[in-house]
Design a protein around this ligand. Structure first.
Ligand code: FAD
Length: 117
């Protein structure tokens, strides 16, 4: 089957949006279980990502740059860094990770019970 670069790029764009928005919503002070869940999610995302070449390359990146899941800000900075590693490979413009703060907004209401908005 021929590669369809448009669909591959669309999948990537949508996936990065979800990926970074998850980091932006990760707790500032996660429990050990929260951190373990995020680490597992990242490894499974890398393993199951539908573009096989992308998945293989991303799994190699995870070996080199293990997921940082201690806090929201370390997770967001880590995700920005690994996305930039993919950007480098694809010769794309690098993103300024100091601007990651309010860039990813889920558009969802705050959760008044858990206060994790
Ligand atoms: P994208 O890279 O999709 O980025 C979307 C938006 O995110 C950008 O417009 C920008 O606003 C923002 N952004 C850019 N960089 C960052 C950053 N560092 N941190 C936070 N936000 C940022 N494609 C391939 O051809 N080969 C591959 O091997 C490959 N591997 C991939 C691996 C993964 C895990 C994923 C999710 C995607 C992969 N892709 C790969 C797809 C590729 O990364 C792009 O998603 C695709 O080329 C579309 O690019 P884009 O220009 O829309 O920007």
């Amino acid at each position: 089957k021929l590669e369809n670069a448009t669909l591959k790029a669309e999948l990537g764009h949508a996936s990065w949006k979800l990926f970074h928005t998850m980091m932006a919503k990760f707790p500032d002070k996660p429990t050990e279980d929260d951190s373990a869940a995020l680490r597992a999610y990242i490894h499974l995302f890398a393993r199951l990502y539908p573009c096989g070449d992308c998945a293989r390359h991303f799994q190699k990146l995870l070996e080199k740059f293990p997921p940082q899941v201690a806090t929201r800000s370390t997770a967001a900075a880590w995700a920005c860094h690994v996305h930039n590693e993919v950007n480098k490979k694809l010769k794309k413009t690098l993103f300024d990770c100091s601007n990651i703060g309010d860039f990813y907004d889920c558009g969802c209401a705050e959760d008044p019970v858990e206060g994790k908005g």
